[in-house]
Design a protein around this ligand. Structure first.
Ligand SMILES: Cc1cc2nc3c(=O)[nH]c(=O)nc-3n(C[C@H](O)[C@H](O)[C@H](O)COP(=O)(O)OP(=O)(O)OC[C@H]3O[C@@H](n4cnc5c(N)ncnc54)[C@H](O)[C@@H]3O)c2cc1C
Length: 390
């Protein structure tokens, strides 16, 4: 790369945007981030960072910080709603012994804080990109009237990306007929649950979570149907949830009992259909903007993090952005698309609404030999996009 690096604008200062900025900085580039939110607040839910995400953060020199700030899980269980263990991921056996990192559960805001602290990059908050007017050369405008014309424009603006419209207009997100509740509860759990992740596959609902520090637990649960109407009060929502999960295996009922009704938020479940391309001219998309996926494989953020390093590596090794974007897509698109499809299948499977169907599903999972799960976890970590160090 020539001494003077191109001017790069990153739209979206979420996990993908901030990780991309960090990777650029470490290679001597000076990107600028434009984030729609008016500021970074310590709210939101938790996140499970799987081994592949930590391998990228290790390359960026921050994996230890993240591991210390979150909870490294000892293992993760899939249970039936009656409490039967369908399968157990012993993270020492595959991930930690072979790749050095297991899974870390962390508050999303904590991860964002670490990324922001590591960065010198200017992050302009309160800047909502309205549209990308041209892709070559890139020109974007913001809702406050600001216009920018960087050499390279990166859309890391999430599943409802505005930048994506310049590459693939009128994309319709694919919705699952279910919603998801998420919350972080403050709860004192017995030691057994303090380092263990759990998923419970019930009939039409998929719930679980993980501890994110000594007294906080990140919880999620899907439920069939559309988002509840605005007239449903938080107290009514909580009452329904407590009722639904009272007979579930621990720690779910204890966690649900301890939820603060005002801290539970609910969203729909959608993913981005496979796109033909992730770039046009000198504009490229990454993270959820390119491959937003359902959460069932626990890989959305991890894939966004892989994108960040791969994209920066491609731009740093090829002077022509078009060639860099081709290299980035060749490295990342097949893997991200495959995991997105897998997560969709798991979502359909996990939220199945039929007693007979869920019994058969749980039996299949219970009967599958451990080696099948281990092989797939090993493959997931081994195929992490980790460019050569330069
Ligand atoms: C219920 C649920 C649970 C999940 N759990 C996990 C998990 O355990 N592990 C995991 O790896 N992944 C998980 N994910 C997925 C993960 O949250 C996403 O894949 C990840 O956040 C994607 O990062 P991103 O930076 O691409 O997008 P985002 O995190 O959405 O960030 C996009 C950023 O862009 C900003 N923005 C949006 N529009 C504009 C605009 N027009 N102009 C400027 N800025 C804009 C937003 O404010 C935001 O800050 C989960 C998702 C869901 C829904």
């Amino acid at each position: 790369m020539a001494q003077e690096t191109p001017e790069v604008a990153i739209i979206g200062g979420g996990i993908c945007g901030l990780t991309t900025a960090l990777a650029f900085e470490q290679r001597g580039w000076t990107p600028t981030v434009y984030e729609a939110a008016s500021g970074y607040r310590p709210i939101g839910a938790g996140l499970l960072l799987q081994t592949n995400a930590l391998l990228v953060f290790n390359r960026l020199g921050i994996a230890e910080r993240i591991r210390t700030a979150g909870v490294p899980l000892s293992d993760s269980l899939i249970r039936s709603s009656s409490g039967r263990v369908l399968t157990r991921f012993d993270l020492d056996q595959v991930e930690r012994s072979q790749f050095g990192y297991g899974f870390v559960a962390i508050h999303r805001a904590e991860l964002q804080r670490i990324l922001l602290e590591e960065l010198d990059t200017e992050v302009h908050t309160g800047m909502t990109c309205e549209a990308v007017a041209t892709a070559d050369p890139p020109a974007a405008r913001f809702t406050d009237g600001t216009q920018i014309q960087p050499d390279i424009l990166i859309g890391a603006d999430g599943i409802n990306s505005a930048v994506r419209d310049a590459i693939a207009a009128d994309i319709e997100l694919q919705a699952l007929e279910s919603i998801v509740y998420r919350a972080v509860s403050t709860v004192d759990l017995p030691d057994d649950y303090r380092t263990q992740g759990v998923e419970v596959w019930g009939n039409g609902t998929y719930t679980g979570g993980a501890p994110i520090d000594t007294d906080r637990f990140y919880w999620f649960a899907t439920a069939p149907g559309p988002t509840p109407s605005d007239s449903t009060t938080p107290a009514e929502t909580i009452a329904t949830l407590r009722d639904r999960y009272t007979d579930y295996p621990e720690p779910i009922p204890t966690v649900v009992d301890s939820l603060d009704p005002d801290d539970v938020f609910v969203t729909g479940l959608e993913d981005v259909p496979a796109l033909e391309t992730w770039s046009r001219g000198s504009v490229v998309i990454a993270g959820d903007a390119a491959h937003g996926m359902l959460p069932f494989a626990g890989q959305g953020a991890a894939q966004a993090i892989e994108d960040a390093l791969a994209l920066v590596h491609a731009l740093d090794t090829h002077d022509d952005p078009a060639i860099a974007f081709d290299a980035f897509e060749a490295e990342r698109k097949p893997r991200a698309d495959r995991i997105r499809s897998e997560s969709h299948r798991l979502g359909t499977f996990g939220t199945m609404q039929s007693r007979v169907g869920t019994r058969a599903r749980n039996l299949v999972v219970k009967l599958l030999p451990d080696t099948v799960f281990r092989r797939s976890r090993r493959r997931r970590a081994a195929q992490t996009s980790l460019p050569e160090e330069i």
